[in-house]
Design a protein around this ligand. Structure first.
Ligand code: CAA
Length: 287
């Protein structure tokens, strides 16, 4: 399969990053958001990140302009119909993911590669909605997508070897490395990462240590680039809560249950960096 056009569903934190790496790799990209406001915000995020890449000396100005020119935004799912690869990166909600897959599945070409960026939802619960489960697989990008080198490939029960090989070749064409996981809750990364993040919240919740000390402990004590509370703010408290809910309901094991404080923060609208406040304050005042 020769990939020319990539269709991306969702232009949020992950979607806009996936748009960026695909456009930089030379693919024509069509990205769909639910309305003009979300689309505008997503494309602004893309432009901001491309600008940062230029500032950091990772991208030439002319390559930034060429990458931006390859991206078209839309609010119409049918505009993705002639894509060679479709990547869905909408919110971590099983029902909404099934709905969008049912919609795109009806219009996209039979030979297209169909990928979800889900971070925890079992592929088997989404695959039937695509209408083409043998061509369906998980391509789980890491945040920030333009910087992190890994993409976790997840194999559904019906994903064929050919689909896996094409998915791997496509990801390598973006300059990224892959690992492969079977369709189990949380796959490899999040079954390790999310309990770690939740454990950090439990320490803060129990008053054992401040968020700053938990982060300092892990950064200086264990050499992680970002402490768990900062990382939680960065990934999004809502996204982490959604993943913890999936792990908890799939494994029925209390160690995966999201801590009440995480839920209370999400209910209060504290989603982390993207909403201006999580455990830390990202407003002008807080900065
Ligand atoms: N485009 C291209 N490169 C960029 C860039 C951009 N927009 N922004 C930064 N970079 C590059 C920088 O040039 C730099 O490269 P070098 O190391 O070659 O100099 C590198 O990225 C690091 O950037 P900075 O020095 O500006 O920033 P930093 O040192 O503060 O690192 C970070 C920022 C990369 C986010 C780092 O803190 C980090 O790795 N944090 C952990 C992130 C992580 O764990 N992500 C996974 C989350 S889990 C997930 O995503 C899965 C899920 O389902 C929840």
């Amino acid at each position: 399969m020769q990939v020319k056009k990539v269709g991306i569903l969702g232009c949020g934190l992950m979607g806009s990053g996936i748009v960026e790496v695909c456009a930089k790799a030379g693919y024509e990209v069509v990205v769909r958001e639910v309305n003009d406001q979300f689309l505008k915000k997503g494309l602004e995020r893309l432009e901001g990140s491309l600008g940062t890449a230029v500032e950091k000396g990772k991208l030439r100005k002319e390559d930034r302009d060429a990458a931006r020119a390859r991206v078209r935004g839309t609010t119409n799912v049918a505009d993705l119909a002639d894509s060679d690869v479709v990547i869905e990166a909408i919110i971590e909600d099983r029902v909404q993911k099934r709905e969008i897959w049912a919609e795109i599945g009806k219009v996209v070409r039979r030979e297209a590669l169909l990928a979800t960026n889900t971070s925890s939802i079992p592929l088997s619960s989404l695959a039937p909605a695509t209408g083409n489960p043998t061509r369906f697989l998980g391509l789980h990008f890491m945040n920030p997508v333009p910087v992190m080198k890994l993409v976790e490939i997840v194999l559904g029960i019906q994903t064929t070897d050919e689909t896996l090989a094409e998915g791997k070749a496509f990801i390598e064409s973006l300059g990224k490395t892959t690992i492969t996981a079977k369709d189990t809750p949380g796959f490899v990364i999040n079954v390790i990462l999310v309990p770690y993040l939740c454990e950090a919240v439990r320490l803060v919740e129990a008053g054992v240590a401040s968020p700053e000390d938990v982060d300092k402990g892990m950064e200086l004590g264990c050499g992680v680039p970002m402490g768990p509370i900062k990382l939680l703010d960065f990934v999004g408290l809502d996204t982490t809560l959604a993943i913890a809910e999936v792990l908890s309901s799939e494994f029925k094991d209390p160690r995966y249950a999201p801590p009440p404080l995480l839920r209370r923060m999400v209910e209060s609208g504290f989603m982390g960096k993207k909403s201006g406040r999580g455990f830390y304050d990202y407003s002008k005042k807080g900065k």
